[in-house]
Design a protein around this ligand. Structure first.
Ligand code: SAM
Ligand code: SF4
Length: 366
């Protein structure tokens, strides 16, 4: 087991009040982890229905007035960056491109923070028309979710026949310079797992960095079973049918993906590496001890962990005239209480003590 799997060690001797957070210390938790990476969900709604995320009929979407407005988002990011040590922002959802004011949201944040890396996690539908405008608004890079380059398999996984729109969106993002362009894929046993090497070949040829994400118990249908998860070890084995993988020598830090340098077995033994691939093993090799993330849902609630069952509302403060310090204090308090791992005191989705959050991935913001 790598040390990253180890549980964080509790400590209260870090200058923060034992009962809660201290905004002056940033978003520190009881285990000494400091969140510097903000995942902010813009909307819970989505135009796909990925089987590992959404139910076929969708979910009851939040009314527009319950979503954080562009101004509220801008203020939260300002508080996060200026008072709480946020160094990186990722906008997500649901599907963030469903928000018509996405360009306005990004331009406002960019005005306040010229150097802040701003990423977008998206399914790329509609990106063909918007990639260039988003880059001009100040977007830095995109992560695009794509599980198969086969039309039928894509439709089976997403319950929509939209592969062409996604592929043109990916190309437009690359063309607009929203790079390094990462592609996220979830493997589902018996559906697209056998296509893993082919998906990697497609990404390597186009110059995208592919990352495989182990499926987590965050689908609204509640059908997840550990035995059905295509594990990181299995993914390495599947890729090994066509590629040679060597763990990257780069320092991983708080990054969730373990990166591998990749050689094509069809090439000569002396040939150069083709690129890299990442594997995010949240289920079988959790990295909770190195977590640097804080999340805010589309209706303005802090979730200190993807699996947190406690949500702390910032929206009521934003809409009741509270000052920035009050918002920062509540956010820091929420993070101080961050659980050790997987929303509980130890990592393991199949261990006693683990309870799923009430929300699906789309309603949290992945
Ligand atoms: N709609 C956008 C997209 O799909 O990129 C952004 C939101 S989506 C919830 C963010 C990421 O979460 C996607 O890469 C998706 O594959 C991943 N995801 C969704 N459900 C998941 C699950 N149960 N386990 C692992 N990853 C999941
Ligand atoms: Fe939508 Fe993304 Fe969930 Fe797929 S993974 S249903 S694209 S939110």
């Amino acid at each position: 087991m790598s040390p990253r799997v180890a549980l964080p060690t509790p400590t209260a001797a870090r200058g923060a009040a034992p009962e809660g957070g201290d905004p002056a210390a940033g978003l520190l938790d009881r285990f000494g982890r400091r969140a510097t990476d903000l995942r902010l969900s813009l909307i819970d709604k989505c135009n796909l229905r990925c089987t590992y995320c959404m139910p076929a009929q969708g979910l009851p979407w939040l009314a527009k007035e319950r979503l954080l407005s562009a101004e509220e988002i801008r203020r939260l990011v300002r508080i996060g960056v200026e008072q709480l040590g946020i160094r990186e922002l990722r906008l997500t959802g649901g599907e963030p491109l469903v928000r018509k004011d996405l360009e306005e949201v990004i331009a406002g944040i960019r005005d306040d923070h010229p150097q802040l890396p701003i990423g977008l996690t998206t399914n790329a539908i509609g990106l063909e028309r918007r990639a260039e405008g988003l880059r001009r608004a100040g977007l830095t890079r995109v992560n695009i979710s794509l599980d198969s380059v086969h039309r039928e398999t894509f439709a089976q996984l997403t319950r929509r026949d939209s592969l062409d729109a996604v592929l043109t969106g990916v190309a437009a993002a690359a063309e607009a310079g929203l790079t390094p362009l990462k592609v996220n894929a979830v493997l589902v046993r018996g559906v697209n797992d056998h296509q893993a090497p082919e998906l990697l070949r497609w990404a390597l040829e186009a110059g995208y960095e592919l990352r495989f994400i182990e499926q987590m118990p965050l689908e609204a249908d509640r059908t997840w079973e550990r035995e059905a998860t295509v594990t990181a070890a299995e993914t390495r084995r599947l890729l090994g049918e066509q590629f040679r993988l060597r763990p990257s020598a780069e320092e991983r830090g708080g990054a969730p993906a373990e990166r591998f340098t990749v050689w094509d077995k069809r090439d000569a033994a002396t040939a150069e590496a083709r690129g890299t691939v990442g594997i995010i093993a949240s289920v079988t090799e959790p990295f909770c001890a190195a977590c640097t993330r804080t999340r805010i849902t589309a209706e303005g609630r802090v979730m200190s962990c993807l699996f947190s069952r406690t949500e702390v509302d910032l929206m009521d403060l934003l809409r009741s005239g509270a000052d920035d310090l009050a918002v920062a204090q509540r956010w820091a308090d929420a993070m101080w209480a961050k659980p050790a791992a997987h929303g509980t005191d130890r990592p393991g989705f199949d261990l006693p003590g683990f309870e799923r959050p009430d929300r699906s991935m789309s309603a949290i913001g992945g």
